[in-house]
Ligand binder design. Structure first.
Ligand code: URA
Length: 270
């Protein structure tokens, strides 16, 4: 079938089309030219049948099918619990194949800063910059986060545990288009987060935004939760508004500053 050549776009139409794609979350070019996948021949190989014969030994089933058949949260709990230290936990997450976000991400973003820090910050999920760098909070929100904690004498670069910061996220893989993590993703990755906190063993947690509160406290509503100390993973946790929100709503910085001072006072008291 002959197709009409696409009419030439003017500059403004092309810019509007690009902006629309960004809004939809398509913020990276995968190929040099667009590919219409509906035009491709249907050549996908049929899926291999699972062994049916009762004589087929269970051990012959590929590990990936075994994983898929099991409860992902239970598998995450088992994998996290078996990790004896932080490098083993990072490896266990890298090996965990049941979260679909892994397929679309470039990097597994585990943590940054000093694992001996008294304060551990839990964010939401990597964004574009974090996915490229393989480190949490390295984009604009991360720069603000660094300035916020520097104002109370804490830094992810500090070698001394008392002045240090340790930073991770609820999800280690970037959700497409930076959408918010969904409940299934948070539930699936929570056992890894719980073990991460247990192994790093900070004195205080800071929960940045709703997904962190959902994962750590089972609650959302950051406008009400912020500034109210709670207990998460067996230690004091302070919910705060996420720096990305503070970039959009600078007026909320006043409350965030009060929360930081409260954290500083707790650190100084113990
Ligand atoms: N926002 C987050 O919550 N985490 C990151 O790592 C970056 C931005």
């Amino acid at each position: 079938m002959q197709t009409e050549p696409a009419p030439e776009m003017d500059y403004f139409a092309a810019l509007a089309a690009l902006e629309w794609q960004l809004e939809m979350g398509a913020d990276e070019a995968i190929l040099d030219a667009p590919l219409n996948r509906y035009d491709l021949p249907d050549s996908a190989p049929a899926a291999a049948p699972r062994p049916q014969s009762p004589s087929a030994p269970a051990a012959a089933m590929p590990a990936v099918l075994d994983q898929a058949a099991a409860d992902p949260v239970a598998l995450a709990r088992a994998a996290a619990g078996a990790a004896a230290d932080l490098p083993a936990l990072a490896q266990a997450i890298a090996d965990f194949d049941l979260c679909d976000l892994k397929k679309g991400a470039r990097s597994m973003v585990f943590a940054d800063g000093n694992p001996a820090a008294r304060v551990m910050v839990i964010g939401e999920a990597p964004g574009r910059e974090e996915d490229l760098a393989g480190k949490p909070f390295v984009g604009p929100a991360g720069h603000l986060l660094d300035r916020m904690f520097a104002a109370i004498g804490l830094s992810r670069a500090a070698p001394d545990a008392g002045a240090a910061l340790y930073i991770t996220n609820v999800l280690p893989w970037r959700p497409p288009g930076n959408r918010a993590p969904n409940a299934a993703e948070i539930d699936m990755m929570r056992p890894f987060l719980a073990r991460h906190v247990e192994l790093a063993d900070p004195d205080f947690l800071v929960l940045m935004g709703n997904p962190a509160c959902q994962a750590a406290l089972g609650q959302t509503g950051i406008a009400k939760l912020r500034g109210q100390w709670a207990e998460a993973f067996g230690r004091p946790a302070l919910p705060m508004t996420h720096p990305a929100y503070l970039l959009r709503m600078p007026l909320a910085k006043r409350e965030a500053w009060a929360d930081l001072l409260d954290l500083r006072a707790r650190l100084d008291a113990v």
